[in-house]
Design a protein around this ligand. Structure first.
Ligand code: NCD
Ligand code: ZN
Length: 349
């Protein structure tokens, strides 16, 4: 049986939600990842130190006993983000980074930024203090085609930011285009790549009727982009690292409104491994999953190791959301019903 032992990975882009969903899904991440950057787009976004502390507390309380998992909190930027709050939160190790959502770009982003230039003073402070800026890179203008939104964002917004703040630590999150792959490499910034964007192209949303199971933002693009993302992720290059963008939505909500987000944390490692194996690049998986992120963010690599085995594993159709032993909801995981060839065997000290 083929096995692989790697340094324990981190998830550099994760949605954990709150309440019951948080309690039911956190273990999928905390079991096999050392840390995760937790996105601040909760129903009431995380805009203050106080909210970040209480959200972090609820995450830690939801962890399985004796878990060493570390949630890294982020501040949700708005047009009127308070400078003091941001920098104090960063200097006191409450905020690990700040997240920029263009207004109405994605789930729970109605509080997002309407005019990015308004944040330039904040970016200057972040550049000076070394606080990372995480970007959802899509414009939201209704006259820009949904499949072009990442490229237009790069030209219109990101390029000027990179030029004006050359030392600002920027991560373009969940990249979906060959254009972004090139931009990231040419401009000395970082990028997360999700498992789903390595496996699906935009066709996935239109097979067997409109299928919101494969709808996420940024939306999957043409096949040539998927191929470019695979090349980038499996290249081992330091600027590309693991960020699942696992974004659970209850089945009833997906069915009702087709909301954007793919829940992949139960299968994330196996899903990435499938892509790396198909690209004959298993030797680069540890760089992507466990080394490039910590190097970019200047944090130590994890001490523990993860043993992975090539053994087939049928993925459940649904993950139950349970409250006092009653099933109160379900969430469909990525690769539902498929058989994946890799599994995590466990932690090795
Ligand atoms: C995310 C969510 O559901 O919070 N959805 C998604 O499609 N990725 C938000 C986001 O990262 O855009
Ligand atoms: Zn996300």
């Amino acid at each position: 049986m083929k096995t692989l032992t790697i340094i324990k990975p981190d998830d550099w882009h994760l949605h954990l939600r709150e309440g019951l969903v948080l309690k039911n899904i956190i273990h999928f991440t905390s079991e096999f990842f050392g840390r995760a950057i937790v996105m601040p787009n909760t129903k009431t976004p995380i805009k203050s130190v106080e909210r970040a502390i209480s959200y972090k507390k609820s995450i830690v309380e939801a962890l399985p006993e004796s878990s060493k998992f570390e949630p890294l909190m982020t501040m949700y930027l708005t047009d009127d983000t308070d400078k003091e709050e941001l920098i104090n939160g960063f200097n006191n190790n409450i905020f690990f980074a700040a997240k920029l959502y263009p207004a109405n770009g994605t789930t729970n982003s109605s509080h997002g930024v309407k005019k990015i230039e308004n944040l330039y003073k904040i970016f200057e402070l972040m550049q000076d203090s070394g606080m990372p800026l995480l970007i959802h890179g899509e414009v939201t203008d209704s006259d820009v085609d949904v499949f072009d939104r990442e490229e237009v964002f790069i030209d219109r917004e990101l390029f000027p930011i990179v030029k004006r703040f050359p030392k600002l630590k920027i991560v373009l999150e969940h990249i979906t285009t060959a254009y972004a792959v090139d931009f990231v490499q040419e401009n000395n910034i970082g990028a997360t790549i999700t498992p789903h964007h390595l496996h699906i192209n935009r066709n996935a949303m239109f097979f067997g009727g409109l299928n919101s199971d494969f709808y996420c933002l940024p939306v999957a693009k043409r096949e040539k982009n998927r191929i470019a993302l695979r090349k980038a992720a499996t290249s081992g290059k330091e600027c590309f690292f693991l960020g699942t963008d696992s974004a659970p939505h209850l089945r009833k909500w997906k069915a009702f409104c087709g909301c954007a987000g793919i829940f992949n944390s139960p299968v994330a490692i196996a899903s990435y491994l499938k892509a790396f194996e198909e690209e004959n690049a298993l030797e680069n998986f540890e760089k992507f999953a466990s080394l490039n992120g910590p190097n970019f963010y200047n944090v130590p690599i994890n001490k523990e190791k993860l043993k992975l085995v090539s053994r087939s594993n049928k993925i459940l159709e649904f993950i139950d959301v349970v409250e006092e032993k009653n099933i109160v909801g379900q969430i469909k995981p990525f690769h539902a019903g498929e058989t994946l060839q890799w599994q995590v065997e466990g932690i090795v000290n």
